[in-house]
Design a protein around this ligand. Sequence first.
Ligand code: ADE
Ligand code: ZN
Length: 347
Amino acid sequence: MTVSISPDPLNLALGMPKAELHVHIEGTLEPELAFALARRNGVSLPYADEAALKAAYAFDSLQSFLDVYYACAAVLVTRADFCELMLAYLERAAADGVIHAEIFFDPQTHTARGIPFATVLEGLEDGLAEGARRWGVSGCLILCFLRHLPEDECLAALAGAEPFIGRIHGFGLDSSERGHPPSKFARLFARCRALGKPVVAHAGEEGPPAYITEALDVLGALRIDHGVRAVEDAAVLARLVREGIPLTVCPLSNTRLCVFKTMAEHSLPQLLAAGVRVTLNSDDPAYFGGYLNANIRAVQAAFGFDAATWYRLARNSFEASFATDEEKAGWIARLDAWFAEAGAAPA
Ligand code: ADE
Ligand code: ZN
């Protein structure tokens, strides 16, 4: 029996195979799991119950979100907790058609509470291995440094991670952007590059386009996370296009954190029209109203993209990944087959 797929662009986009390149595993902690782990580990959350926690999700800035995000991360204690968190994410991602995920984790959030780095890493790896078995999702880990902390503390965190270096796919920079420019971390990222790892950085989310330039020039970032404020500087925008720098854009995150007041005001269409290699991602889906397909629905409601644009976004997600050329070719063949079966030839 052949099953025909509706060639409606939204259905094509929801069902198409795709990669997710910007998701913080701590940002996938749903309220139900947060309270279950709090009970299991005897940790008290500063919210009376799930309803009170959800009520705290009325963010007006990146910092207002990070305060809640760091508070909730305190429930993650054991290797099994990190495994459960990863599995819960991978199940949802697989249901959204994600076949490859490059997943951020923030070890300093955990080691500062006395959780060993190995506990965090091994738990996340357990989840990745089980997720690959159950749903066929390929995944790897990108270690993010917290930019609100001094560079010396981040260098110490890197030293703590170095014994595990073969199990870390790349390095990133996240947390409070304003007042913490990429140039603060020049030595740290020189060391990351010397270890032979690809580097990414959050830039141009709340911070100015100049932070995107610094992330490229000073840190050697190969992808920019968010980068949505690039449209405010024509030279920065032109450079992203010229050099083919991918942006990992997270539309629901940007509207929930008031980077844009409404989805209609998001810079995504301008970035695409300029020819930037945009990818779509969920960032912290437990906090921002949904996983990758929720982002796709919200974007489609605002902009009504055609099938060719959705194909381009999915193809970008594979091309911008840090996988091998062989893996990328296999995933793109699956994407092409999905569009061909729907009678919507890839553009
Ligand atoms: N950490 C988790 N989510 C983040 C975001 N959107 N920006 C910066 N740091 C983060
Ligand atoms: Zn992020």
